[in-house]
Design a protein around this ligand. Structure first.
Ligand code: ADP
Ligand code: MG
Ligand code: MG
Length: 909
């Protein structure tokens, strides 16, 4: 890009054309459109000359009661004179009038800003001059009616009223067509006389609505338009948009005044929009559309159906060739895919705008790989070109698009687990499991899910819930397992009693088919066919054909570059060998969080667990724990094997015990029978364990402190498994993590247990084990006293879910009732449970990092909350200096990309 031109004080107008003042790097001053128009001029592209009024004038305008700096008018006059010289036309002239467009231009295009006004400078006299000069009265009057319409609409505010169905100007056109042609004819079929009549009626409409005559003086028109652009910076829509995207009001908008070129002079003219490559699939092909005999707005307005840009080859081969040349030049210069607007006047191509094109994840991946190969960009830029939060799109199975076209959604919910799934519905986990074992494709449908549904969730292709948000149990598990999930689809009525689901007036029985799109949050009736993403098929299923696809290879290349660029590593939150294998296939280098409690739900284990909880004496508890030990040991052994030497952070029991107990009378009686106690005893214990606020209750390390024998059993399971696997020749690196520590003493008490058991196991088995013990930082006291805690802890892992809950004093599970309103009111910018609250929670993280490392410089630091898979949060963790982030298996690629990008932008500063 050209060198930065220094900004001069008191310079409000920047020319582009035969002399160009600005350049592409001046977006803050000239807006995105203005800066790139200047840049295109500099590289010799055919741009109609013009000038940009700077964003500083916008700021001045609002600081000075909506007035302009006194020097502005003279500079604008000089600008118009420059246009007159270059076009050999004159503004307001009665033989060869210059017409201009007035275009708004913030740094990025912004909804709410004033629409463009074309053909400004026309009045009853200049229109005749234009007709005579071009010998094309139809064209001249077409320009005039467009101008009156646009100016009337956007500057004078003649717009649809609440009680009207159509834009008033369109209503006038419609009426005239019906009067004169008895039907809807194309605008291009209107003749001179029709257009003249339209101008008369338009002006009458303006007079009627605003009580003023339509301005005929070109300068009055021009100043009115400039005022309207600046005025639109403060209209409601623009303000709302800026708030939402955090755009400061001070930025202001620029105004571009540009000599008109005409796409509506006849069949050798037209206008269009195009991309230098295909933004949907990334193919290196010219992609876009155009309309013959049309001005710019027509293409997007959808009045006529545009033709693909390739067809220009037939209509106007020279113009097509010129556009091809421009396409190449744009990419060579901007080094990114451009989205541009052009107009063809009598066969000659003019450029009116260019910017970086928006793209899908698929296209972004292909662009980045192709442009690297073409040596347009280096590998670091290629990494930056892939939006991390879109990457999941590439991993999701997809619905067959043809099939989708034949059906429509019956309900909408939150897109909680991306992808597409269809299956026979089951409303209960057990029946879902049985059906899946019989080989059925199953969709688990629940009001909401709980840990008891886990088996059913695993068995199902997808999960649909009627209640719950993106951080509900269903959503969490779906993300962890990479399950397709739509949650909170309120229109889905679930009746457990009759085992039916009713949606949109239709009732589905268990065994009937439904389909869900977890990327879009949509529910479909019946069975819609799906296909897995080649990336997942290649990595997880080892599908050879998938591995040969371009998509797969590109993805692998991107991931390799991510590893080269990253400082932080990426681990996974996983509780089973299968999850570990998946995560490692995606490139995870260890477990950042293994939640041991999930292991207690499977099969009969829950019975032993419940027996342990119900035990009245230490002996009884120990005997129940002894039943659990082999299960847990086997689980850990399986995980250690799957890890192939990578470290595993294992969290000791964390949730409140009542979560493991049966809550209905029936279930309680059932359990009582199984373990041979009285039903009342079970009921009493459940009552006794009831807590008013379990989140802040008897959980975390408090359990291990209250019942050291639980930690003892868990430690033994870890170390015995380590011994077994180590003897098989696989390196084992357990990292035992004590949850919810707020006091150093809490950790110390648990450390004593862990180290004692480690000594015992090593002595019994005569092996030496390598392990470390650390803690989760998830309550504010833990963060604040991190310096002390680090005397005992060998690592910290930030449990940002609980740390957010405890810092904000907000329960994540209950936040659904007020958080949406908080977001609306902008009390919080983003959901703090999805993206870390940097100013609040972030401070605690920073404090804990600083104090922890002061005590123990080699302290290993990670994060294992949901935020570990969120790109914006990962950016923050990079700046804080964590060693790794940990996230659910299917989120690993996203985290790797985000970590790489964070490292690359940290280096740039
Ligand atoms: P937006 O920001 O909504 O894209 P633009 O300012 O780019 O608005 O204008 C929309 C369209 O108007 C352009 O794509 C182009 O076709 C047409 N247009 C703008 N200025 C001119 C001009 N000077 N000559 C011809 N057409 C123009
Ligand atoms: Mg545009
Ligand atoms: Mg926690």
């Amino acid at each position: 890009m050209a060198k930065k031109v220094t900004r001069k004080a008191g310079k409000y107008v920047y020319f582009f054309g035969s002399k160009t003042d600005g350049n592409g790097s001046m977006k803050p001053l000239l807006g995105g459109k203005g800066a790139n128009l200047a840049e295109m001029c500099r590289i010799g592209l055919p741009v109609p000359p013009g000038f940009t009024i700077t964003t500083e004038v916008c700021t001045y305008y609002y600081d000075h009661k909506r007035t302009y700096p006194s020097a502005l008018r003279a500079q604008m006059e000089a600008g118009v004179t420059a246009l007159e010289r270059q076009t050999r036309k004159k503004f307001g002239d009665l033989t060869n009038p210059l017409l201009v467009s007035v275009r708004s231009g913030a740094r990025d295009s912004m909804p709410g800003m004033m629409d463009t006004i074309l053909n400004l400078g026309l009045n009853d006299q200049t229109v005749e001059a234009l007709a005579k000069k071009t010998n094309n009265a139809r064209f001249a009057w077409d320009c005039y009616r467009r101008f009156v319409q646009m100016y009337g609409d956007v500057v004078l505010g003649v717009q649809k009223r609440p009680d009207e169905d159509h834009e008033p100007f369109e209503t006038v056109i419609h009426a005239l067509k019906h009067e004169r042609y008895h039907g809807d004819i194309e605008d291009t079929a209107l003749n001179v006389d029709d257009l003249k009549e339209l101008v008369t009626r338009f002006k009458a409409l303006v007079k009627d609505r605003v009580g003023k005559k339509f301005p005929s003086s070109p300068w009055e028109q021009l100043m009115g338009s400039v005022g309207a652009v600046f005025g639109s910076w403060m209209n409601d829509r623009a303000i709302v948009y800026r708030r939402k995207y955090n755009i400061p009001t001070e930025w202001g908008t620029a105004v571009n005044v540009q000599a008109m070129v005409y796409g509506n002079t006849g069949d050798r003219s037209g206008s269009g929009v195009a991309f230098t490559r295909n933004p949907a699939n990334g193919a290196k092909e010219f992609y876009g559309e155009f309309l013959i005999n049309a001005q710019g707005e027509d293409v997007v307005a959808g009045v006529r159906t545009p033709e693909p840009v390739e067809d220009l080859r037939k209509h106007l081969p020279k113009a097509h060739a010129e556009l091809e040349r421009i396409r190449q030049k744009l990419e060579k210069h901007f080094k990114d895919v451009q989205d541009f607007e052009f107009t063809i006047e009598d066969g000659v191509v003019y450029m009116l705008q260019t910017r970086n094109g928006k793209r899908t994840a698929m296209a972004a991946l292909k662009f980045s790989m192709d442009m690297y190969k073409e040596k347009l960009i280096d590998w670091k830029t290629a990494v930056m070109r892939n939006p991390a939060d879109q990457l999941e799109q590439l991993l999701a199975p997809v619905f067959d698009t043809v099939e989708l076209g034949r059906t429509s959604a019956i309900a909408t919910g939150l897109p909680a687990g991306p992808g597409a799934a269809s299956g026979r519905i089951y409303l209960n986990a057990d029946r879902a499991v049985v059906a899946a074992e019989k080989g059925e494709q199953v969709l688990l449908v629940r009001l909401e899910t709980s840990p008891e549904d886990l088996r059913g969730m695993i068995a199902a292709e997808g999960i649909l819930t009627a209640r719950g948000g993106v951080s509900s149990h269903a959503a969490l598990v779906a993300r962890q397992m990479g399950k397709v999930c739509v949650c909170g689809a309120a229109a889905v009525e679930v009746d457990y009693q009759s085992r039916t689901v009713t949606v949109a007036g239709r009732t589905y029985k268990e065994g009937d088919w439904l389909s869900i799109d977890g990327t879009a949050g949509k529910v479909y009736a019946g069975q819609v066919k799906t296909a897995p993403s080649e990336i997942v098929a290649g990595l997880v299923d080892g599908d050879e054909a998938a591995r040969k696809t371009q998509k797969f290879k590109s993805f692998q290349q991107l991931m390799k570059w991510c590893s080269d660029a990253s400082r932080m590593s990426v681990r996974t939150n996983a509780d089973t060998p299968e999850q570990v294998e998946n995560a490692m296939a995606f490139g995870a280098v260890g477990i950042g969080l293994c939640r041991t409690e999930h292991m207690f739900f499977e099969g009969d284990r829950i019975d032993a667990m419940r027996e342990m909880i119900l035990a009245e004496t230490l002996e009884a508890r120990k005997s129940a724990l002894a039943k659990l030990l082999p299960y847990q040991r086997d689980d850990f052994a399986g995980i250690f094997r799957a890890l192939k030497g990578y470290p595993a952070t294992i969290r000791f029991l964390d949730p409140p015990l009542h979560e493991f107990l049966p809550h209905t009378r029936e279930q309680q009686e059932d359990l009582a029978r199984k373990i041979g106690v009285k039903p009342e005893a079970v009921h009493a214990r459940v009552e006794q364990l009831h807590e008013f606020n379990p989140m802040l209750g008897f959980r975390g390390c408090r359990l291990g402190i209250g019942y050291p024998e639980i930690s003892e059993m868990q430690a033994r399971a870890v170390f015995e498994a380590a011994v077994i696997v180590q003897k098989e020749g696989i390196k084992v690196r357990p990292e035992i993590m004590i949850p919810l520590v707020g006091f150093k003493k809490e950790l110390d008490l648990q450390l004593d247990v862990v180290h004692r058991v480690a000594r015992e196991v090593q002595a019994e088995r005569k092996v030496k084990l390598t392990y470390i013990v650390g803690t989760m930082i998830e309550v504010p006291r833990g963060a604040l006293t991190a310096g002390e805690i680090a005397q005992s802890a060998e690592f910290f892992s930030f449990g940002t879910n609980d740390l957010t809950q405890t810092t904000l004093g907000m329960s994540r599970d209950d936040s659904g009732s007020f958080l949406p309103n908080y977001t609306e009111l902008e009390i919080v910018k983003k959901n703090p449970f999805a993206t870390i609250d940097q100013t609040g929670v972030g401070q605690l993280v920073e404090t804990a990092v600083a104090r922890g490392r002061q005590t123990r410089p080699a302290l290993k630091l990670g994060i294992c909350g949901e935020h570990g898979g969120d790109p914006a949060s990962i950016q923050f963790f990079e700046t804080v200096g964590l060693d790794y982030v940990s996230c659910s298996p299917y989120r690993v690629p996203v985290a790797r990309l985000a970590a790489a990008q964070a490292a690359l932008s940290a280096k740039k500063g």
